[in-house]
Design a protein around this ligand. Structure first.
Ligand code: SF4
Length: 347
């Protein structure tokens, strides 16, 4: 059961209040490379990304942000550190949301940002990171980092509310998976939409594991309204991973892909076949299960709930539906034939 949160809109994308969990990513180029940035946004959109974030570190970047915003097919979030004037510029240039850490600004500067956000009806993500944990909050919480991060968030949140502003998304991220999970469980009680992710999770290999554990644990608790998988990789990889996490938990429509680990009974190049089918099903927006199994003896039975499956069979492939064999196809044409079967299923 998902926790109840307030609904806000990032551009035309609803976040919170029971809306579908939105997938986010962030461009990893300077926004002054406008063409490259647009290419990344388009590639992510094609993969299923709902919202894109862009770093705006200086005035030149803010001007480029304005151009990119006009051309972006996805709502665009401006990521601002330290300089409140850039937050204001980004909102005036059409940002669909801004992300700030209020701890990096004076209260007077924060007030200017809040006034501008009100005027332009722009949501703000309060982003608190474990790297900038407040020393006084740490002392107050007897060194409990999760509680200290939650306390910092609560103080910011109450300040925004006191200023009459509640168009907010909250995020508390840590490089530590446990800390991320513990802190988000605490801030979930505030009732605002939450952006979840494990920050600076590293390269694809370990990063995927950290993100899947952290994001997965929170989603299973019903926490999280928008997700960003953070990876040192192309943003498209982040979107694919986020999508896979959501599909695996039944929180997004899409194909559940199953392939066996293969064992000594397998007589085919299972990995090549599995990769080809897996890439084919990437953009299918249907709740179906597709299986690629190593042998005909156990494969169909081991995956008898698959809507459609293929299993290696001594130089041939057996096709099966819900565990029942219905066709045997020569290996040189099997993959193409199987793709047609998938198309038929998705008609
Ligand atoms: S489906 Fe066949 S090849 Fe794959 S793991 Fe099971 S027994 Fe081994």
């Amino acid at each position: 059961m998902r926790k109840k949160t307030k609904q806000i809109f990032i551009g035309n994308v609803p976040v919170g209040g029971g809306s579908p969990i939105a997938i986010q990513s962030m461009t990893n180029l300077s926004v002054t490379d406008e063409e490259g940035t647009i290419e990344q946004i388009n590639a992510c959109a094609q993969c299923g990304c709902d919202i894109m974030r862009v770093a705006v570190p200086n005035t030149e970047a803010a001007k480029a942000f304005a151009n990119v915003r006009k051309r972006s097919i996805l709502p665009l979030v401006a990521d601002i550190h330290f300089d409140y004037r850039l937050a204001i510029a980004a909102m005036e240039y059409g940002a669909d949301k801004i992300r700030i850490n209020p701890g990096n600004m004076s209260l007077e500067q924060l007030d200017c940002v809040i006034d501008c956000a009100k005027q332009h009806n722009v949501p703000i993500r309060i982003g608190v990171n474990s790297g900038s944990i407040n020393r006084e909050a740490m002392q107050f919480c007897n060194g409990n980092r999760a509680q200290a991060l939650c306390l910092s968030m609560e103080r910011y949140l109450r300040y925004f509310e006191k200023r009459g502003f509640d168009n907010l998304v909250l995020s508390v991220k840590s490089t530590d998976v446990r800390e991320t999970v513990e802190t988000n469980r605490l801030i979930a009680d505030f009732g605002y939409p939450i952006h979840i992710g494990v920050t600076e999770a590293g390269l694809r290999e370990q990063g995927l594991v950290k993100n899947a554990i952290g994001i997965g644990a929170l989603l299973l608790d019903g926490i999280g309204d928008t997700v960003r998988v953070s990876l040192t990789a192309n943003p498209v990889e982040e979107v694919r991973a986020a999508k896979d996490i959501l599909i695996s938990l039944g929180l997004k429509r899409g194909v559940t892909f199953v392939s066996c680990p293969k064992c000594g009974r397998c007589s085919i190049d299972l990995e090549t076949v599995a990769r080809e089918i897996y890439s084919y099903i990437q953009n299918i927006d249907r709740n179906i299960k597709i299986a690629v199994m190593g042998c005909e003896v156990n494969g169909p039975g081991e995956c008898s709930d698959a809507d459609l499956g293929i299993a290696g069979a001594n130089g041939k492939f057996v096709f099966f539906k819900k565990g029942v064999r219905y066709k045997v196809v020569a290996s040189d044409v099997a993959v193409e034939e199987f793709k047609k079967e998938i198309d038929g299923l998705c008609k």
